[in-house]
Ligand binder design. Sequence first.
Ligand SMILES: CC(C)(COP(=O)(O)OP(=O)(O)OC[C@H]1O[C@@H](n2cnc3c(N)ncnc32)[C@H](O)[C@@H]1OP(=O)(O)O)[C@@H](O)C(=O)NCCC(=O)NCCS
Length: 175
Amino acid sequence: MNDNQFVIEKFEPKQSYYQQKKFDCGNRIINKFIHSSLKKQVSHNFYQAFVLLDLENNERFSAFYTLTSFKLQANELERLSKGSLPRDIPCVRLVMLGVNLPLQGQGIGRKMMSDVLHRVHRASKEIGIYGLYLDADPNATDFYLSLGFTRLDCGGSDDVAKIFLSIEVINQLLG
Ligand SMILES: CC(C)(COP(=O)(O)OP(=O)(O)OC[C@H]1O[C@@H](n2cnc3c(N)ncnc32)[C@H](O)[C@@H]1OP(=O)(O)O)[C@@H](O)C(=O)NCCC(=O)NCCS
């Protein structure tokens, strides 16, 4: 991957993005969300989104992720915590992540996740954040585990895996 080919920017709902409507990461639900709902959800401030633009292809909409605030219950983190926790644990939730199919397998997903971790790290200096949470698609669970995430649900559900990375580990990863 040529690092100068891509830039990650905050998604602006009033802006048009080249080939956003043709975005295809292979996941039907995520594709539909990008084509029909992303603008509206960001306009309402339910999510913030960040988009990877391909500078060598007319700034094509090539990957994205969305973040929102979230609350975990202390019992969901029991296995990971060393001491007692308050009942409600403030987190950031990574709602969706997708990379356009022709670009998959070239380190873009990892690059997007590095951007997520830096953003959560910066935000945690301003607002209390205990960690990063997400419901992972079964096909992508190993991708997140390889980045240091832990499963919270011991493999209980077939639909999604509850995945978590504490701010302590994020800070260690970012050195
Ligand atoms: C999951 C996804 C974001 C990964 O993006 P990507 O650009 O292909 O990933 P990368 O090229 O950065 O891969 C990073 C590492 O993860 C591995 N990896 C990538 N996708 C993987 C997967 N689905 N399962 C297991 N490992 C995976 C790669 O082999 C690579 O390992 P390496 O560094 O040892 O070589 C992308 O495949 C995607 O958009 N999938 C469809 C949408 C989706 O499932 N999103 C997640 C919903 S929770």
